[in-house]
Design a protein around this ligand. Sequence first.
Ligand code: GLU
Length: 339
Amino acid sequence: MSDFPEFIKFLYEEYRHLNSGSLASYIPELTKADPNWFAISIVTKEGEIFEIGDHLQNFTIQSISKVFVYGMALEDCDRETLLEKIGVEPTGDPFNSVIRLDENSKRPDNPMVNAGAIATAGLIKGSNATEKLNRMLDMFRRYIGHDVFIDAPVFMSERATGHRNRALANLLLNFDIIENNIEEILDFYFQQCALVVNCHDLAVMAATLANRGINPIAKKQAVKPCYVRDILSVMYTCGMYNYAGEWAYRVGIPAKSGVSGGIIGVIPDRAGIAVFSPLIDSRGNSVRGIKVFEALSDQFNLHLFDSPLPKCSFLDISKNSEELISKPLKVTFDKSKSL
Ligand code: GLU
């Protein structure tokens, strides 16, 4: 057996006691998370699974949903129509910033910040709110491969406290980006954020994007392959809040994080990676999640701009990965301690 599963265990042991960061508290229900939860899941495009920790622990997807609803909007509207309403420029601002929309762009900069995600929610087709919600749930079902549901207390909690999002929606209406059904659009947005997932599900969803939109376990098409490139592009440039640039530099994997502590990463044509740990930094990214992704990227040359190495694919686990494991790491991997 290759060292790859051992390396995942090693990372889990290495970072499980890293306790910096804090739980998101601006959505009151999210403070009920256990700060110790920690999971790493990897699903290859062939459907192989490597995972460790609390990978079956449920939590709400939060901002990671933006990736998938954006895919839905691409299918509903097509690329150029969508671009007229929502840009694809990274902002360098916090995800819930209001100022930029008002002072500069008058159009959301990208679909990964809240302004853009709310605008995206407003473009989803359906004759009424129920039909739109059902279409959204169907879309998530295809990515996840089993039934899905929404965490009602988290939805209600955010609906009751999401005043910034309400402000953004009003500005979007003012700039003719959305229509005058603000409460319906916000409900849709809060519902997508309150979708219940676990780390395993997230890795399957990421693997689906890695596999040209086909869920590698359920073997179902979740999104049209022609839009996967667009989705991955905004993940790469805008997916990690105002850490997106440094993430692209250090990790180099199209990714998206959420304030509940999940991060997904897509290695095109190879695998989906998900890490879950609810302790987040000041920008909203999981602290342990960043560490795990950095180490994986370093160790297995997963940065998009790493030059291809012979036998560097961790998916090819039948091949000996000694050479990779011996590469210098920011963390020290002592194989004698591996489980
Ligand atoms: N529902 C959250 C909000 O709109 C999502 C934030 C996030 O995960 O970045 O504030």
